[in-house]
Design a protein around this ligand. Structure first.
Ligand code: FAD
Length: 474
């Protein structure tokens, strides 16, 4: 009998839990326990539409416990605070303030990002002045602020809207790109677009970098880039841009930036949605003597080390250095997936301003990548439970990335940029010059993407509730 514990029930953790439940429960008295800080699953990609006021947060969510009850898994609503890997237990803080010890034989950490608004003074909807669409409450608050702005515009006000990244090392540019495009189209539909100035503010070296070192693709024997696609779109939409920038501080009226050349700028704004830096969730690791071994188990940002090759300089980093099994090298019964695993390095080239301020996107681990790594980790745990070596691999240098970036959510007049990339992390050992298979990379704008995005929302919410036939949905 094996006790498997999953911490975090987002894209990586919840999907891994479905795979684990399917493979293990009902056989050999195995137990699966899922620990989650929040009682609901959120389909985060649709928070873009929540943030424009075109969808309610509840339409992106479902309760986790009934799903786990149905599968025979245990559910603990609480925050994992500590892991004791020698004695194999997790300390969980419950909503009433008490703590619970949850024992495990195998552990999967899938806790996603900690939204580090504190890294930028004045950033964020709780302690600062800017909006966020990273969580359901944030997206709901962003929608309210945006609709307030809309009523000002309806009365004749001209406004300045800034969207992008709020820190030199923030990631998730794709979500911000979707948000600014949806805002543009929403304002067009309301007949208010001429009353708003829209600015894209980002730490990317150029448009279309998206933290994945950009994208090249072949079309009719010519090579195009995501940068050209985004520039075309922003010009068509009348969106201005300022890239290569770190946000130093935000106050009620201005955003203070420094760029890669050390030039400082003050941007006036009426409404801003800026993605914060992502750190790992603050979980502490202790050995059997009670020593804090967090530094040994994680990288400096707190992400859990797995089977990657760490410490190589950017120019030497290549496909084989990316993790495959997501197994911790010290404690073989511990795995980490999704945003929680420590990548071997960035995808976009690290750069800094003359004063040393880092200005380069951190590597994203998108929803699809998170699912693939969660699935591989889950199947590797099943391997070990059944007495085999971990055999499942989902390296970002061997798997595709698929991102459908919404421009507008409407099945008749909507649109999306469909970005397919293979593989996500450049793998020059296999694909030579570009490190990617350009015949399997694509960035295309069209209405079909809007249908696909709508379908993904419904298909994912169906599949992740383990409804009949869920395993058939890829
Ligand atoms: C607005 C937005 C739009 C996006 N759109 C797309 C898209 O279109 N396509 C795409 O591929 N990706 C998209 N992404 C990225 C995608 O959402 C993430 O890659 C994905 O959610 C990461 O999955 P994860 O499981 O690692 O983390 P999460 O989904 O964040 O899940 C982590 C879970 O762990 C819980 N948790 C955290 N700490 C603890 C703790 N200590 N104890 C217990 N539980 C804990 C959290 O509450 C959360 O439920 C988008 C992101 C944003 C913000």
């Amino acid at each position: 009998m094996a006790k498997v514990v999953v911490v975090g029930a987002g894209f990586a953790g919840h999907y891994a839990s479905l795979v684990l439940a399917d493979a293990l429960l009902g056989k050999g008295n195995h137990e699966l326990t899922v620990i989650s800080r929040v009682p609901k699953f959120t389909y985060i990609p649709s928070l873009v539409w929540v943030g424009v006021g075109r969808m309610k947060a509840e339409e992106t969510q479902f309760e986790l416990k009934p799903v786990y009850d149905k599968l025979g898994a245990k559910f603990v609503h609480g925050v994992a605070k500590e892991v004791h890997p020698d004695d194999q237990y997790v300390v969980v803080e419950l909503p009433n303030g008490s703590t619970q010890q949850v024992n495990y034989d195998y552990l999967l950490i899938a806790t996603g990002p900690y939204l580090n608004f504190e890294a930028t003074p004045g950033l964020g909807p709780d302690e600062g002045y800017t909006q966020s669409i990273c969580t359901p409450p944030h997206a709901t608050k962003a929608a309210a602020a945006y609709l307030e702005l809309v009523s000002r515009m309806e009365k004749g006000d001209k406004v300045k809207i800034v969207v992008g990244t709020g820190h030199g090392t923030a990631t998730c540019q794709g979500a911000a790109f979707e948000y600014i495009s949806n805002l543009h189209n929403d304002l067009v539909d309301r007949g208010l677009r001429d009353r708003a100035e829209l600015l894209w503010l980002s730490n990317e070296p150029n448009l279309g970098d998206f933290g994945i070192d950009g994208l090249e693709f072949r079309y009719k024997n010519q090579i195009f880039t995501a940068s050209e696609v985004v520039e075309f779109l922003f010009e068509k939409y009348g969106i201005k841009w300022q890239v290569e920038s770190h946000v130093k501080q935000v106050d009620e009226n201005r955003i203070y930036t420094i760029n890669i050349n050390g030039e400082e700028n003050e941007i006036e704004y009426d409404f801003a949605m800026l993605i914060p830096q992502f750190k790992a969730q603050p979980i502490k690791w202790f050995d059997k003597e009670g020593n804090d071994i967090t530094e040994k188990m994680t990288n400096p940002a707190g992400f859990v080390k797995v089977d990657a090759v760490y410490g190589k300089p950017y120019d030497e980093l290549d496909g084989p250095d990316w993790p495959r099994t997501y197994q911790n090298p010290i404690y073989k019964n511990i795995f980490a997936a999704g945003i929680a695993f420590a990548p071997p390095g960035p995808l976009s080239r690290p750069r800094q301003a003359p004063d040393g301020t880092p200005i380069a996107p951190a590597p994203p681990r998108t929803g699809y990548t998170s699912e693939l790594s969660g699935r591989a980790a889950a199947l590797n745990i099943v391997d070990m439970v059944e007495g085999r070596e971990p055999s499942h691999s989902a390296s970002m240098a061997e798997t595709p990335g698929l991102c459908v970036a919404s421009l507008k959510n409407d099945l008749l007049t909507g649109g999306a940029v469909t970005i397919a990339i293979y593989p996500v992390a450049r793998n020059r050992a296999v694909y030579g010059e570009y490190g990617r298979d350009l015949d399997n990379c694509l960035a295309e704008i069209g209405l079909a993407g809007a249908w696909f995005k709508w379908m993904l929302h419904h298909a994912f919410l169906y599949k992740l509730q383990a409804k009949p036939g869920w395993k058939l949905i890829p």
